[in-house]
Design a protein around this ligand. Sequence first.
Ligand code: AP5
Length: 228
Amino acid sequence: MDGQTITAAPVLILLGPPGAGKGTQARMLEEKFGLVQLSTGDLLRAAVAQGTEAGKQAKAVMDAGGLVSDDIVIAILRDRLAEPDCAQGVILDGFPRTTVQAQALDTLLAENGQRIDAAISLEVDDAAMVTRISGRYTCAACGEGYHDDFKQPSQPGTCDKCGGTQMKRRADDKAETVASRLEAYHAQTAPLIGYFDDKGALTRIDAMGDIGDIAADMGAIVKTATAR
Ligand code: AP5
């Protein structure tokens, strides 16, 4: 944190296709502003790993690059939002992804006397996303991210951060699955850009540049939105 503690309980939404940098930027905002990153992708992967009923239903859809059913995702998000740490404010990374989810979020927030402070759309070039995603992998021990072309560990196969030697790739990061994920984004999620624009909550960001520059732009938006 850099002394910019936010006093209300802000709600920020990150929109963008797979690989746009939602997770990367959400983690940076989490650190800078003391907000909690809520990634429905991470919550679903945890449910799959735990073998819960929701996880079992979600797995095949995720592996194929489609969207998990609204009922499952809304229930998972509702439970997570009710946990005490979310009272400090949240960054929704990958939720909502359909109009039904957006409407459910409005209802959930209204019940808590909250509102959406900002919806940020990360705008990128689809073709670059396939390269970005299909080359990425992480350290199984600490989660540090690497990339076949852009960021390799200094010693191949050994994590620079923790020394771990097991690297893993997401099951849905194959090029053909990424194409399905992009298709799902454009068909079902991109319409939410207009939804949030109509509410006066939307800001668009060019997310093809340097990660640090994008983070600076996003930080400025968050400060303005949460100061209202
Ligand atoms: P989810 O886990 O949310 O995946 P996604 O939206 O496809 O997004 P990613 O995590 O792949 O990308 P990102 O935008 O976070 O980018 P990142 O920062 O990692 O969802 C997975 C699946 O779960 C879905 O397909 C669906 O099945 C299901 N699901 C989840 N939520 C759902 C919902 N609400 N409803 C229904 N189903 C749901 O960056 C990517 C890479 O690029 C990294 O290697 C990073 O280092 C690099 N990078 C980031 N920014 C830059 C930059 N500016 N320049 C260069 N490299 C960069």
